[in-house]
Design a protein around this ligand. Structure first.
Ligand code: PGA
Length: 250
């Protein structure tokens, strides 16, 4: 299936960032104003900064996103954040099913799917993360595992809705390790095929991001692979020069 998916470079700040770091966002927005990249750039700061980062987004030069959302719209869920609240704070996206959430918060495919549905209902685009562990890669079942995660974690799309899939091998996140370009190409091709089989027409619009130790020195080669429509960037998104260099590579 030929893809017409938009290019997206999204920064995942994880649990990093305080008000003093907002100056980095201003630098980013200014630099992008001159660069006019032909990809969408998004920043997913911690929820405490979402509104302020959105306010600095320079009339949409950057988009913003949350890092997680609750399945319910609102209610007695101490410490949680609903998708509509993220939207209210200016978000366009929300990351769901990041491996850190799956591992540290025992999130299942079913929960991730419900969160993605809640995001869509709040008019956010969910960035749904999938990826195999090192052992699964070594055992030769990486593609099977990711297809199972896609089966379990993606909601049925209604007319006009879209989602983003982020392929993030668990063993590549924050480790400096990355799969070979061939392995990334194989996985992204498999995800694109899966989308063709399960999502149909709308699947061609779904961007497939690579995430896991994407850095300025490997971004160009990874982003040149067919069906790699962008990146989900952790560590390198915290340093504006590194993040910009990845955006330039896109
Ligand atoms: P990393 O994180 O770029 O620091 O490996 C990616 C992610 O967790 O989304």
């Amino acid at each position: 299936m030929a893809s017409s998916a938009p290019k997206l470079i999204a920064g995942n700040w994880k649990m990093n960032g305080v008000k003093a770091d907002l100056a980095e966002v201003e630098t980013l927005v200014q630099a992008l104003g001159n660069l006019a990249p032909d990809c969408i750039v998004a920043v997913c700061p911690p929820a405490t900064l979402l509104q302020q980062v959105s306010a600095k987004s320079g009339k949409g030069t950057i988009k913003t996103g949350g890092q997680d959302c609750h399945v319910a719209e609102k209610g007695a869920f101490t410490g949680d954040i609903g998708a509509a609240m993220l939207r209210d704070a200016g978000a366009s996206y929300v990351i769901v099913g990041h491996s850190e959430r799956r591992t540290l918060h025992a999130e299942t495919d079913g929960m991730v799917k419900a969160k993605a549905r809640a995001a869509l209902d709040a008019r956010l685009t969910p960035i749904i993360c999938v990826g195999e562990t090192q052992r699964e890669r070594e055992n030769g079942v990486a593609v099977t595992v990711v297809e199972q995660q896609l089966n379990g974690s993606t909601p049925a799309l209604k007319a006009g809705e879209t989602m983003v899939i982020a392929y993030e091998p668990v063993w590549a996140i924050g480790t400096g390790l990355v799969p070979s370009l061939e392995d990334i190409a194989e996985m992204h091709g498999a995800i694109r095929d899966w989308l063709g089989r399960h999502v149909g027409e709308a699947g061609a619009q779904v961007s497939i991001l690579y995430g896991g130790s994407m850095k300025p020195d490997n971004a160009r080669a990874i982003l040149a692979i067919d069906d790699v429509d962008g990146g989900l960037i952790g560590g390198a998104s915290l340093k504006v020069e590194e993040f910009l260099s990845i955006i330039r590579a896109a």
